[in-house]
Design a protein around this ligand. Structure first.
Ligand code: SF4
Ligand code: SF4
Length: 177
């Protein structure tokens, strides 16, 4: 039998997609979100993951990332050596020129050097098939250990409608609200 906590009713979930509204609401919820993080940490991690996966399956298809693109407009994406090799080859560009044009390097990591991302054009990724692992994974709602990624999840809560709506619905489903 499925535990009661996991029985998400498929009644219509009201989805907020407007980034300005989400920004305003996120600001207003700053304090209660700190309480929610504390509340979540006391919950069973596997149960929370199952709830987040179910909510992700319901909410993500209702949000059109190509109409949003806010992650591509506001995040510096981490790039690995092999990803830079693959994309520079695809762009028929030497690695040296690719690095100069697109990357910011420190001793420990490489990041895309521009916000919005240089590969975003007309709200679309121009290198979609070759986009980086960080782009593919974001917003990571399909990955386990939600409870261990609360810092990064809430860092992006006000910029990503998928995260915002999953978190808000999670508050209801866990009984926090
Ligand atoms: S992952 Fe989130 S921030 Fe990125 S485009 Fe989709 S909804 Fe927008
Ligand atoms: S590579 Fe594509 S998916 Fe990744 S941040 Fe740039 S535009 Fe977005």
């Amino acid at each position: 039998m499925i535990p009661l906590l996991l029985q998400i009713t498929h009644k219509a979930i009201i989805i907020e997609k407007d980034l300005t509204t989400i920004g305003v609401l996120a600001k207003a919820k700053e304090n209660s979100n700190e309480d929610f993080k504390t509340y979540l940490k006391k919950k069973n991690s596997t149960t929370i993951d199952a709830l987040v996966f179910e909510l992700n399956d319901i909410i993500s298809p209702q949000i059109d990332c190509t109409a949003c693109g806010n992650c591509c407009k506001s995040l510096l994406i981490n790039v690995t050596d092999s990803e830079a090799d693959a994309l520079s080859t695809h762009l028929e560009q030497s690695r040296e020129n690719f690095d100069k044009q697109y990357l910011e390097k420190s001793s420990t990591m490489m990041l895309m050097n521009a916000i919005p991302c240089s590969f975003l054009s007309n709200e679309k990724c121009t290198v979609y098939e070759h986009r980086f692992a960080g782009c593919r994974e974001f917003p990571a709602m399909h990955l386990p250990d939600f409870n261990k990624r609360l810092f990064t999840t809430f860092m992006h809560y006000d910029r990503c409608p998928i995260i915002y709506n999953i978190v808000e619905e999670l508050k209801v489903k866990t009984g926090f609200l």
